[in-house]
Design a binder for this molecule. Sequence first.
Ligand SMILES: Nc1ncnc2c1ncn2[C@@H]1O[C@H](COP(=O)(O)OP(=O)(O)OP(=O)(O)O)[C@@H](O)[C@H]1O
Length: 270
Amino acid sequence: MVAAPAPAAVELRNVSLSFVTSGAEVEALRDLGFAVERGRFVAILGPSGCGKTTLLRLCDGLMQPDRGQVLVDGAAPAPGPEIGFVFQSFRLIPWESASRNVEFGLLGTGMDAVARLERARHYLDLVGLSRFTDARPAELSGGMRQRVALARALAPEPRLLLMDEPFASLDAQSRELMQLELLRIWQARTPTVLFVTHSVDEAILLADEILLMAPRPGRLVERVAIDLPRPRWDYDVRADRRFIELRSFLWQRLREMVLSDPLSDFYQPG
Ligand SMILES: Nc1ncnc2c1ncn2[C@@H]1O[C@H](COP(=O)(O)OP(=O)(O)OP(=O)(O)O)[C@@H](O)[C@H]1O
């Protein structure tokens, strides 16, 4: 007997979702369909309002589609330790230490207090914060706070990591360091990652594949494979000829999308 193939890590089947606000309907997502294999790093790129955040919220089970199906490992997703979420705003508990913030992500895993502390320390160490386990968020820089948030999401060792513009509020230097750190951590454990970003460079640097989305209605317009060698931290990826080709292609596609959208600030008729 031939074993059934493993289900995709994430699969969306004809997913549509609208919001109604003040009587007006916004089609956040229309007929979205794609599958992501386990262990892949997928970036979701597209102009403001194309439904990137909504797509992530569907994948952690906090929202349901109006039509279609969302499957994570072959089943309807539910919030829990199997799915990690990292937000742009770090969402740390201000009065708790870095370690307690990470331990908080482990509640509901069945681990006892000693194991939780040990796991939290391990992940704080992994993101380079071993000397700051007792520091409160206010005592840490923006980059360090985002490291704590990353450690909190990673500590339960989720199979799926959802990241919503996690580095957007960091200064350019911290952002580049965090990107490389994320690549190292991902390559060591290879959880499946869906990573929302507005940055073409960030998407190319990190991902195996980019899902390019367009707004009004939010929809998938193209899947672009990123065929750059890994590991990407030990050479100057941005100087690679292929990186430059991909960037120019994606910029062109985004530019066309924004200039032809009558509701965008940059609309150019004709
Ligand atoms: N809770 C909500 N109520 C009403 N409309 C919403 C809600 N959430 C999202 N929308 C609308 O749905 C569309 C998609 O929103 P979403 O935040 O998913 O897009 P996005 O691509 O993540 O945008 P951005 O890049 O600006 O963060 C937008 O038009 C947005 O205004």
